[in-house]
Design a protein around this ligand. Structure first.
Ligand code: ADP
Length: 165
């Protein structure tokens, strides 16, 4: 049983995240998409809202072979991955700018849990500039993010903005 954790903030889920999950389902038997419950950020969506959106969108990339789980976690990723009995942590790399941070995290996690490997995957080039932060920024200022986030995410962001007015 090859089990991987795909951790992140997912605030909100983008097509870049989905692209990484879609590539991972061919490599693992089970993937836990683990939403980080990070209390010191100022999120657009609560952890519960983020998990619910991911659960609703996931069937679109189901390959029928890999079991997909959505969960949230707090604290050390290495501890969480060990408790989940995962062999791997999946991370996406967009550009060289992601690499330095990701390398530090991967090496620290390896020191904490030597048996868990970090696996880096590259999303399609068309998502190489897509981040949750940029999507929120552009959408909040009235820009279009169609094709870069799932339609459900766009609808949820619209709801958030309208509730703020
Ligand atoms: P974090 O808050 O840790 O950056 P994110 O929710 O932004 O978490 O992302 C989770 C993972 O998905 C990270 O490994 C990140 O590099 C990856 N990721 C996010 N967007 C993209 C993208 N457009 N292409 C490739 N990987 C991505």
């Amino acid at each position: 049983m090859r089990r991987a954790i795909f951790p992140g903030s997912f605030d909100p889920l983008t097509n870049g995240h989905l692209d990484i999950i879609e590539r991972s389902v061919n490599l693992f038997d089970e993937i836990v998409i683990a939403v980080l419950n990070n209390s010191d950020k100022n999120p657009m969506f609560s952890v519960e809202e983020r998990c619910a959106v991911i659960k609703e969108v996931l069937p679109t990339i189901d390959n029928g072979k890999c079991h997909l789980i959505v969960d949230s976690f707090q604290g050390l990723l290495a501890d969480y991955a060990k408790n989940r009995q995962a062999q791997a942590i999946v991370r996406g790399i967009r550009a060289i700018s992601d690499y330095e941070y990701e390398l530090r995290m991967a090496l620290m996690n390896r020191r904490l849990e030597p048996k868990i490997e970090t696996v880096f995957l590259m999303a399609a080039e068309e998502y190489s500039y897509v981040s949750s932060h940029l999507m929120k920024q552009v959408f909040t200022l009235g820009g279009r993010v169609e094709g870069l986030v799932p339609a459900l995410v766009e609808a949820k962001m619209r709801e958030k903005l309208e509730n703020k007015k």
